[in-house]
Write a protein that binds this ligand. Structure first.
Ligand code: ASC
Length: 152
């Protein structure tokens, strides 16, 4: 009897992680925390991406070091939102397709990360024309994902 109970206890402990809902439980206490996290990250990313807009439009002088600093923040932020779109963290701003068509969403996130990596390289050159081209590609990535996955 004791052996059976011990075996049962071991089996329960082993199975426990599988009984947890497939949420971002390891990183976020509550689904709202995941929503707040990804919205915050995207807000910071958008802010620093937006600071470069007047530069590529020629409305502000090109300060290569400043652009590099903003791009570095965009780069770091671009890696962070995705794990916060875990199952069970649906929100008003995110379309159901984030979860129902998750492979496509993942592809969109990878496109952004790839385009941001090219923007980092362009910012390193200090050549405004290269920054402008790479900046446009990142903006197009943002838009493509928003068009498919963001509720307005
Ligand atoms: C930005 C910003 C976005 C993207 C997007 C590009 O500056 O905040 O979400 O660019 O508007 O189309």
């Amino acid at each position: 009897m004791e052996r059976v109970l011990r075996a049962l206890a071991v089996a329960c402990v082993a199975a426990a992680p599988m009984l947890l809902p497939a949420t971002a439980a390891a990183q976020f206490d509550k689904p709202e925390d995941a929503v707040k996290y990804r919205q915050s990250v995207l807000t910071v990313m958008s802010n620093h991406f937006g600071r470069i807009a007047p530069v590529v439009r020629g409305q502000q002088p090109y300060d290569a070091a400043q652009v590099r600093a903003d791009v570095a923040i965009v780069s770091m932020m671009s890696k962070l939102p995705w794990s916060a779109f875990a199952p069970g963290t649906e929100s008003k701003g995110a379309r159901p397709a984030v979860w129902s068509d998750n492979a496509k969403f993942k592809q969109a996130s990878e496109r952004l990360e790839g385009d941001v990596a090219k923007l980092v390289a362009a910012a390193e050159t200090g050549d405004l024309a290269q920054v402008r081209a790479a900046y446009g590609a990142v903006g197009a990535s943002c838009k493509a994902c928003h068009d498919n996955f963001r509720n307005r």
